[in-house]
Structure formats: structure tokens, C-alpha cells
Design a binder for this molecule. Structure first.
Ligand code: ADP
Length: 231
């Protein structure tokens, strides 16, 4: 890949195929996908239930292994990486947000955001700075001493975004992050994510059923039966 291409293309996906092996039966979840995901953008993946969105997200997040075809992440062929190198990418370059937030209930907002940074071995002073910046960016500084059970669904998702952004990742990946929120709160969450793309130069890739979310994205890729349908 040329240098400019490396900077502008976050993921290059080529002839990607993924099958779940259920003994006798095999489910072809991804069927020969080829497309580029640009860097520094808000990208959505849409499509009916079972169309392969979550599987693709798991492949992009290095959670599932590449079976056939290839994915280049910032120019690096994921298939050629050792498990330790993949762990490093997951730890430092990819932030995750989930439908059910996945916060640690016994920790406060600021401890939730700090937890993985401390585990990454980042020094305390830098952790403090990043935690403050991330919690302020999602508008929760006044709530930093609260536990997740004292927060609304929208506030919990803000904490999850703060935790993802505090890593300073290249990309934030989210599987239906607004699905358990009401419309208004969902809008607010998406607006925060749009702000992150602009101020942190990160990329965001979300799966969604919600046309509202798609109206915010710079590009939507629609999947059906594990294939890309051009819109
Ligand atoms: P979506 O996120 O669009 O709903 P998925 O990626 O979850 O789609 O699923 C794509 C296809 O793969 C579906 O047919 C689904 O039933 C199947 N599938 C997903 N996860 C598994 C699994 N762990 N084992 C077997 N089949 C699976």
C-alpha cells in the first residue's frame, strides 16, 4: 500500500469470507466482501438481522480470526500478525462500545475510565489527564464519583464512550450502541460520537438498524446475506 493510501484507508477488506462451523452445518456469515473503510470518518454498517454485521465488526475488531481473504488495518495485514501483536492493536488502537455498556459496577465513573489505562501501564499522571479530558468531553465531570447504578442509560453509554476515547484509539467500534436507549438519548450519544471524530481524529464504525444513526454517518455500507448491497 502506498503511504497516502495507508493514511486515508483505515481498513482494506479483500475477498473476505467467514463461516461458522456448526459440525455438519456451516453458516456462511460473510461472503466475499471487498471494500475500503476510509480513515477519520463516521461509518455505519446496516442490514437486516443475520446479514453479517456483527461478524464483520468482530473481524474488524480482531475478535474473530481471518479465515479466507484478507483485512489490512492501517496497511498491516492482520493475518500475518502474531497473537501478541493483535493484542497490542486491540489494547491501544481499537476502542469498543456495546449495546449494554459493559461498565464495571463496583467502580466509579472515573475509575471505569481509568481502569484499562492503568492496566496498559500508562503512568498515573497521564492516566489522570486522559480521564479528565475524556469525562469532560462526554459532559460527565460532575458525575465522576458516581457508580454506574446511579446513572441513566444515556449517561452509562457516555462513560463507555469516555473509556473508549481515553485510549486515544484509531477507531471506535460499536455494536448497536444506541439500541437500548430512547430516541432522544440515542441522538445525544451519536452527536457526542460525531464530535469525537472531529476533535480526536478517530474513526467510528457502528452497526445499526436505526435510520436516524445512518443520517449522521459519512458513509453507510448495507449488508445482506453477508454481501455488500450498493445503495
Ligand atoms: P447481524 O449482526 O447482521 O444480525 P450476524 O453477524 O450476527 O448478523 O450473523 C450472520 C449469520 O451468522 C447469521 O446467519 C447468524 O445466524 C450466524 N451466526 C452468527 N453468530 C454465530 C455463531 N456464533 N455460531 C453460528 N452461527 C452464527
Amino acid at each position: 500500500m502506498k503511504k497516502k493510501e495507508k493514511e486515508n484507508i483505515l481498513y482494506k477488506i479483500e475477498n473476505l469470507i467467514f463461516r461458522y462451523d456448526l459440525g455438519k452445518e456451516k453458516v456462511e456469515a460473510i461472503r466475499n466482501l471487498t471494500f475500503d473503510i476510509p480513515a477519520h470518518s463516521f461509518i455505519t454498517l446496516s442490514g437486516p438481522s443475520g446479514s453479517g454485521k456483527s461478524t464483520l465488526l468482530n473481524l474488524l475488531g480482531l475478535i474473530e480470526p481471518i479465515q479466507r481473504g484478507r483485512i489490512l488495518f492501517l496497511g498491516k495485514n492482520l493475518d500475518h500478525l502474531k497473537e501478541s501483536e493483535k493484542n497490542e492493536i486491540r489494547k491501544h488502537k481499537i476502542g469498543f462500545i456495546f449495546q449494554q455498556f459493559h461498565l464495571i459496577p463496583v467502580l466509579t465513573v472515573e475509575e471505569n475510565v481509568a481502569y484499562f489505562l492503568i492496566r496498559q501501564g500508562i503512568n498515573r499522571r497521564e492516566v489522570r489527564e486522559r480521564v479528565k479530558e475524556a469525562i469532560e468531553a462526554v459532559g460527565l465531570w460532575d458525575h465522576r464519583k458516581k457508580k454506574p447504578s446511579q446513572l441513566s442509560g444515556g449517561q452509562k453509554q457516555r462513560v463507555a464512550i469516555a473509556r473508549a476515547i481515553a485510549k486515544k484509539p484509531e477507531v471506535i467500534i460499536g455494536d448497536e450502541p444506541t439500541a437500548s436507549l430512547d430516541q432522544k438519548t440515542g441522538h445525544e450519544i451519536i452527536e457526542i460520537l460525531v464530535k469525537m471524530v472531529m476533535s480526536y481524529k478517530t474513526s467510528i464504525i457502528l452497526t445499526t438498524h436505526d435510520p436516524m444513526v445512518q443520517t449522521y454517518s459519512q458513509q453507510n455500507f448495507h449488508l445482506q446475506d453477508g454481501q455488500l448491497i450498493l445503495g
